[in-house]
Design a protein around this ligand. Structure first.
Ligand code: ADP
Ligand code: MG
Length: 401
C-alpha cells in the first residue's frame, strides 16, 4: 500500500521537490521570439507550486513541450514558459539549459528555500519517451521528493512521468492531479443519471474506445464534428467531400448498432464549398451535397443537443462540433459550450476536456461556468475508458516505504 499520496502528506520544508508539471502549452512566434499563446496549463499548476514554495520547499519543475524528437530544439525551449510562470507568480523562476547533471545540482543547492527552478524540455533527452531508467535515476538525483501534477501527460509511461517515481522514497500527486482524478472518477464511476456524453473532434479513431466505454453508463451519446461523416458513410448517406475515415466505417456501423437508441447524430449540418472561413456555406438537412464539406453541426442539431442536455445531471464533452477555428463554423461548438454552462447553472456536473475543446470553451467565454475543465485530452479519454494511467499508477502502485 502506498503510504503517502497527496501533497498535504509530505513534509516540504527545506526539501528539494521534483515536480512533473504539464507545461505543454501552445507557443506563438512574436517577432522571432517564442511566446506562450495560452497559459491555461501553467495557471493550473500554480496551486501545487505555491504549496511547495510557501511551505519552504524548493520546487524543481519539469515538463515536456511539443515534439522535439529526443534532441535539443531551440524553438521548443522552456525559456518562454519560465518567463510566463515568473509573471504569474511574481517571483523569480530560475531556468537551466538541461534536465540533469552536476550544474543543475549546484544551481539547486544555491537556491534559497521557497525558490523555483524550471528544467529544460524533458523531451530534449531521448530517454524521456523510452522511459530510460538511467535518465529516471539522474532526474531523481536532483531532489528528495517527487510530485506528479501532470495529469495531461499521465497516460504516457515516460521517464519523468513514470520511471522516476520508483527512485524516490516519497512521492505524491499534486493538487491538479488530485482535482482531475476526483472529478473524472465521479463521472466514470458514479455519474448521476441521466448521464450524457458529447463527442466530436477530428477523428473517430481517437474516440472509439471512449464511445464504447461510455455506451453502458451513458444514457445518451451525442456525436458531432468530423466524426459525424464516418457514421453517415456507414449508413450509406452522402457526405460529399467531408472528412471520412474509410477504415473506421465498419467500426462506426458496429457502434451504431450496439448503441441503438442512445446515439444521436446531427440531423442537419453546415456545408461549405471549401475548407475556408470565407467559403460559401449553407445549412443542409441529411446529406451533404456533392463537392461540399460538412464543417459544423446545424441549428436543428443544436436544438436537439440542447434539449437532451437540459435533462442531464452529468455531462462530459470532448471534441469540437465543427471547425471552430474558423469563426463562421464555430456556432455549433459555442452553442454546446453555452448549454454546458446552463446545465452547470441548474446543478448538473459538467466536464470538458481535450486541447481543442478547452481552447473553444475558453474562446466561448464559458470556461468559468463549467464544473471541471480538464487539462487532459488523451489522458482524460484513457481515464474515462477505465485504462490504467502510468503516471498515476507509478504513484499508487509503489512499494510502501
Ligand atoms: P480535442 O483536442 O478537444 O480532443 P480533437 O483534436 O479530437 O479535439 O479535434 C479537434 C479538431 O477537430 C479541430 O481542429 C476541428 O477543426 C476539427 N474538426 C471538428 N469538426 C470538423 C469537421 N467537420 N471537419 C474537419 N475538422 C473538424
Ligand atoms: Mg486536439
Amino acid at each position: 500500500m502506498p503510504d503517502k499520496l497527496t501533497l498535504d502528506d509530505l513534509v516540504l520544508q527545506n526539501r528539494r521537490v521534483l515536480v512533473r508539471v504539464d507545461f505543454n502549452v501552445p507557443l506563438e512566434d512574436e517577432n522571432g521570439m517564442q511566446e506562450v499563446a495560452d497559459d491555461t496549463r501553467i495557471r493550473a499548476a500554480l496551486p501545487t507550486v505555491r504549496t511547495i514554495t510557501e511551505a519552504g520547499g524548493k520546487a524543481i519543475l519539469m515538463s515536456h513541450l511539443g515534439r522535439p524528437g529526443g534532441e535539443p530544439t531551440p524553438s521548443l525551449s522552456m525559456t518562454p514558459v519560465a518567463g510566463r510562470l515568473q509573471e504569474l507568480l511574481g517571483e523569480r523562476v530560475r531556468s537551466v539549459s538541461n534536465i540533469a547533471g552536476d550544474t543543475i545540482e549546484e544551481a539547486i543547492d544555491g537556491m534559497p528555500d521557497g525558490g523555483m527552478l524550471l528544467l529544460e524540455n524533458t523531451r530534449f533527452h531521448p530517454g524521456e519517451k523510452s522511459n530510460d531508467d538511467g535518465l529516471a535515476a539522474e532526474l531523481a538525483e536532483l531532489a528528495d521528493l517527487y510530485v506528479n501534477d501532470a495529469f495531461g501527460a499521465a497516460h504516457r509511461a515516460h521517464a519523468s512521468t513514470a520511471g522516476v517515481a520508483a527512485h524516490f522514497d516519497e512521492a505524491a500527486m499534486g493538487k491538479l492531479m488530485e482535482r482531475e482524478i476526483e472529478y473524472l472518477t465521479r463521472v466514470r464511476d458514479e455519474p448521476e443519471q441521466p448521464f450524457v456524453a458529447i463527442l466530436g473532434g477530428a477523428k473517430v479513431s481517437d474516440k472509439i474506445g471512449v464511445i464504447e466505454a461510455l455506451s453502458d453508463p451513458a444514457a445518451r451519446l451525442l456525436i458531432g464534428g468530423a466524426m459525424t461523416y464516418t457514421f453517415m458513410q456507414a449508413f450509406g448517406e452522402d457526405v460529399g467531400d467531408s472528412r471520412v475515415e474509410e477504415d473506421r466505417v465498419d467500426d462506426a456501423r458496429a457502434l451504431h448498432d450496439k448503441l441503438e437508441g442512445k446515439l444521436t447524430l446531427p440531423p442537419d449540418h453546415v456545408a461549405a464549398d471549401a475548407f475556408d472561413n470565407d467559403a460559401e456555406h449553407h445549412v443542409t438537412e441529411g446529406r451533404i451535397p456533392d463537392g461540399e464539406i460538412g464543417v459544423d453541426i446545424g441549428p436543428g442539431a443544436v436544438e436537439d443537443f440542447r434539449e437532451i442536455m437540459e435533462t442531464a445531471n452529468t455531462i462530459v464533452w470532448n471534441g469540437p462540433m465543427g471547425v471552430f477555428e474558423m469563426p463562421n463554423f464555430a456556432e455549433g461548438t459555442f452553442a454546446v459550450a453555452e448549454a454546458m454552462a446552463d446545465a452547470t447553472d441548474r446543478g448538473a456536473l459538467t466536464v470538458v476536456g481535450g486541447g481543442d475543446s478547452v481552447a473553444a470553451v475558453n474562446e466561448s467565454g464559458h470556461a468559468d461556468d463549467i464544473s471541471h475543465v480538464s487539462t487532459g485530452g488523451g489522458a482524460m479519454l484513457a481515464f474515462l475508458e477505465g485504462k490504467e494511467l502510468p503516471g498515476i499508477a507509478a504513484l499508487t502502485d509503489r512499494e510502501g516505504v
